[in-house]
Design a protein around this ligand. Structure first.
Ligand SMILES: NC(=O)c1ccc[n+]([C@@H]2O[C@H](COP(=O)([O-])OP(=O)(O)OC[C@H]3O[C@@H](n4cnc5c(N)ncnc54)[C@H](OP(=O)(O)O)[C@@H]3O)[C@@H](O)[C@H]2O)c1
Length: 279
């Protein structure tokens, strides 16, 4: 089985350098896919209250022979429950749905700036961490202005910022901000949700040179950037491919060539967190 390197979060939690996305993995089929991912070697699992699969995730964890303590299990607070009391109740509900005593990582899913409640939500995560419901707390889709406010108003810096990141949208500025503040960047839709990125001719050339697949080159690029990709696949063979990233290296020229594919409007679904909101 592949040994996955780890990165250390600002609170000491060790995060595998690659995780497993679970969006759209629901019900019995979802359990089977998540179980196969754990068997393949994934230890970081990414779910959300809004994916309606915390139950499937918890069931897969119970059916797996891997001890629960060996897994880093993530869920996320939905935008409609940012008010402090609702956030606390939702974290508890997330745990009940999964049948878990604690999450390893819990993230605010979107900042939803027009509602201006994300600092309140953050305070709830801080308290839930103190009570032992969550080991590490972070955010998703937070821009520098949102992070600055969290840090200024609570004194607590998120451990993780999970953002849309792939070669067509490389997030250079946000990654630099995260790094400067000791926040680990996780990449969502690291494969661009299998859009035309997976046929890109420049990446294909690099893949041929390394005798690797295009997804493997893309995921290796994330790892070398220092970002933690969380690719989703329902298929065991792809799950294995997406984890087989640690027996080769991209050189500087290849990294730069992939970096040059990024463009300002490269988001897959035009979800700019300054405007786009999700509840
Ligand atoms: N925080 C947020 O706001 C946010 C937003 C979006 C996503 N996420 C998280 O990020 C995770 C990953 O993002 P994502 O699911 O949007 O997209 P993704 O991981 O970039 O791409 C998933 C798609 O790629 C296909 N695929 C995976 N590996 C492949 C391979 N080796 N070859 C060919 N096709 C492959 C999958 O198909 P098959 O399943 O058929 O293999 C699926 O259609 C999500 O599952 C979720 O956990 C978070």
């Amino acid at each position: 089985m592949t040994t996955i390197p780890q990165v250390t979060l600002n609170d000491g939690l060790l995060l595998p350098a690659v995780g497993f996305g679970t969006y759209k993995l629901n019900g019995a089929a979802g359990i089977n896919s998540i179980l196969s991912a754990i068997d393949t070697g994934y230890r970081l699992l990414d779910s959300a209250f809004n994916y309606e699969n915390e139950g499937a995730l918890g069931e897969a964890v119970r059916r797996s022979s891997v001890p629960r303590e060996a897994l880093i299990i993530t869920s996320k607070l939905p935008g409609r429950h940012h008010k402090y009391d609702e956030a606390i109740t939702t974290i508890q509900e997330s745990l009940f749905r999964a049948g878990l005593d604690y999450y390893d990582l819990y993230l605010i899913h979107w900042p939803n700036p027009s509602k201006d409640l994300y600092v309140e939500a953050w305070q709830a995560l801080i308290d839930a961490q103190k009570w032992g419901l969550i080991r590490s707390i972070g955010v998703c889709n937070f821009l520098p202005e949102h992070l600055d406010r969290l840090i200024k108003e609570t004194g607590v810096t998120p451990s993780v910022n999970q953002i849309e990141l792939h070669p067509y949208f490389s997030q250079e500025k946000q990654r630099a901000y995260d790094k400067e503040h000791g926040i680990v960047t996780e990449s969502w839709s690291p494969l661009g949700r299998a859009n035309k990125l997976l046929q890109d001719p420049d990446i294909k050339q690099i893949a041929d040179a390394h005798q690797k697949t295009i997804p493997q080159i893309i995921l290796r690029w994330h790892v070398q950037l220092g970002a933690v990709p969380i690719p989703k696949s329902s298929k065991p063979s792809r799950q294995l491919d997406n984890l087989s990233l640690f027996d080769f290296k991209l050189n500087d020229e290849e990294m730069q060539k992939i970096g040059r594919l990024s463009h300002a409007d490269g988001r897959t679904y035009n979800q700019d967190p300054a405007i786009y909101e999700e509840f």
